[in-house]
Write a protein that binds this ligand. Structure first.
Ligand code: CTP
Length: 422
């Protein structure tokens, strides 16, 4: 979550029973390194106390009593100007109405009016209130103004009714906060990245398949790091046990063939980078039985055939970052591959750069017990087509992802500088 490190988050809390979840939000963002200043409305104080937030953030939590204090006229301006993100969670129908119409009659609404940063709101109210035309029109006004929304979700209300209006969970709000911060501060804002993740599944019959030990962790970490950098991320994933990053455009696939089709469907001239973190099957059953294979029929002989090599299919006619402008114009995006090797790591990875025409490859030794498949850490070497290499010590898959995303951004910058005249 390093995007939250050293960021100033202004957390507005309004009067809803979901206010208790704001405490978890404040705590998680503080743990991630953000400075969290909290403003409670008078109604919020009925549900939760400023002391709760002060204890969790180690910073003063503000209430309307400050509005009438000696420093109030600079307080709201100062808080609004210093913030990297204004997050109001939960936001009631009343505070949304104030924001939509520029009303400013308490510390939170005055601060919101003077804030210069992106604003994210997480509505919480009863279903009838949310669906009311007045609220819906306010939602539309705020969205049209570029205010980000997290939720609301469908579910059971405190009133016992079911419907749309529950505040979404803190994890989802933090995911949206990361996206909003990335769009404002990230180096890849406006860039489009496609990332593949997970091990493909090659069907034997309707219930069985061949797969591999890939967990998808590195690919999902890349998707999150891309979103943190402001990129528009499409994540093409096989089924995994992981929660996909908030804000990624998801495409679910199973087999290498499906992944190939999804990648081909997504890469167009607007794409800036393709990162193939997926462990794609090299072999698949030549025949898929249409009915479940039965034991009584004896042990089946499964003949394998080659699965499509996605990178080779994409790059067969193409080139690397150093290619001539004319060639480059035909493949205007960066292509990054991974090399999972159990031996001869660097020479195998170097071969793959050439055979798959990559801009760089991320090589990792899958025979190591502490890194690679299915664990949270990775030890990688990045190799470039000109033979340059960068070696990294063991670090979290998220840190590895941040390095890769940073290198993609650097290459895109170099490519744009070189071909800007085209
Ligand atoms: N890859 C691909 N299509 C395949 C297999 C791999 O696009 N059918 C991609 C992977 O996503 C990865 C890169 O190619 O980015 C290298 O994958 P890897 O499994 O290390 O290499 P292979 O080409 O499969 O060769 P080998 O398994 O023999 O090492």
């Amino acid at each position: 979550m390093s995007i939250l490190k050293d960021k100033r988050i202004l957390l507005g809390v309004t009067g809803s029973i979901a206010a208790y979840k704001a405490a978890e939000l404040a705590s998680k963002m503080t743990q991630a390194g953000a400075s969290v200043d909290v403003i409670l409305t008078r109604a919020a104080e009925q549900f939760i106390s400023p002391l709760t937030f002060q204890s969790l953030t180690g910073r003063k939590a503000y209430t309307d009593s400050e509005l009438w204090g000696g420093k109030s006229h600079i307080l709201h301006v100062g808080l609004g100007h210093a913030a990297d993100l204004l997050l109001i969670a939960p936001i009631t129908a009343n505070t949304m109405a104030k924001l939509a119409h520029g009303q400013a009659n308490d510390l939170l609404s005055i601060t919101a009016l003077s804030a210069q940063c992106p604003t994210l709101v997480a509505p919480a109210m009863d279903v009838g209130m949310y669906e009311n035309i007045a609220t819906q029109e306010n939602v539309q006004i705020l969205k049209a103004r570029g205010i980000f929304f997290a939720g609301p979700a469908q579910g059971r209300m405190a009133s016992g009714l079911e419907g749309l209006g529950r505040m979404v969970e803190p994890a989802e709000i933090i995911g949206e906060a990361r996206r909003a911060l990335g769009l404002k501060h990230g180096k890849l804002a406006g860039k489009k990245i496609i990332i593949t993740a997970g091990g493909t599944r090659e069907a034997i019959d309707p219930v069985r398949f061949i797969t591999n030990r890939s967990s998808g962790k590195q690919g999902y970490a890349l998707a999150q790091a891309g979103i943190d950098s402001g990129a528009d991320v499409t994540l093409i994933s096989t089924p995994t046990a992981l929660t996909p990053p908030i804000g990624a455009n998801l495409i679910w696939v199973q087999s290498a063939e499906e992944m190939l089709n999804a990648v081909l469907g997504e890469v167009d001239p607007k794409v800036d980078a393709l990162i193939m973190a997926s462990a794609v099957a090299d072999f698949r059953p030549a025949q898929i039985a249409d009915k479940k294979l039965k034991k009584r029929a004896g042990i089946p002989q499964i003949t394998l055939e080659a699965a499509p090599d996605i990178l080779k299919r994409l790059t067969s006619t193409q080139f690397s970052a150093s290619s001539s402008p004319k060639l480059r114009a035909l493949r205007p995006y960066i292509v990054v591959g991974f090399a999972a090797e159990s031996h001869d790591l660097l020479s195998n990875a170097a071969d793959k750069i050439q055979s798959k025409k990559l801009d760089f490859i991320v090589a990792n030794d899958i025979s190591a017990k502490d890194a690679g498949f299915d664990v949270d850490e990775n030890r990688v070497t990045i190799l470039y087509p000109d033979g340059e290499k960068e070696e990294f010590s063991l670090r979290s898959k998220f840190e590895v992802a941040e390095i890769i995303i940073e290198r993609v951004g650097k290459l895109l910058g170099e490519m744009n500088a070189r071909f800007s005249h085209l």
